[in-house]
Design a protein around this ligand. Structure first.
Ligand code: AMP
Length: 130
């Protein structure tokens, strides 16, 4: 059965898209730790990120770098942090999270509650920063 993220790629489930190329896709995390919290996923349905081929893992990070630089421009921060957990959704993904300090990367932090308009504005701001 297709993962929820494959359904997002196929436009069967809506998302706030940030970027896409032939192999990868980026969209806003629906439970963000910070404004700009974005997920980068491979279009190939692989659960564990380290099961990707060396080439695809490297290419995913090159794609994530472009997205992270755009996030940093749209949402000025000390750095954009990268995290890989994958315990909830069995489709490999990189979290990109604007950080001011180490604690901003804690997944136990309360998540932001944003409106549809806010999510759209965030996705647009990142898209415009490429
Ligand atoms: P994890 O697998 O632990 O890295 O967490 C999965 C992440 O995916 C969580 O941060 C969720 O908020 C996020 N997530 C789950 N479903 C969606 C969705 N439909 N759209 C955007 N983000 C999602």
């Amino acid at each position: 059965m297709a993962t929820i993220f494959s359904k997002i790629i196929a436009s069967e489930i809506p998302c706030y898209k940030v970027a896409e190329n032939d192999k990868f896709f980026a969209f806003l995390d629906i439970n963000p730790l910070a404004k700009g919290h974005t997920l980068v996923i491979p279009k190939q349905e692989v659960d564990y990120i380290f099961d990707l081929s060396d080439e695809d893992l490297a290419a995913m990070h090159v794609f994530a770098k472009k997205v992270a630089l755009a996030i940093g421009k749209a949402f000025p921060c000390r750095k954009v942090g990268e995290a890989v957990l994958g315990l909830e959704v069995p489709h490999a993904h990189i979290h990109l999270i604007p950080m001011q300090n180490e604690k901003d990367m804690l997944f136990s932090n309360p998540k932001l509650k944003l409106t549809d308009e806010e999510f759209k504005a965030i996705a647009k701001a990142i898209t415009m920063a490429f």
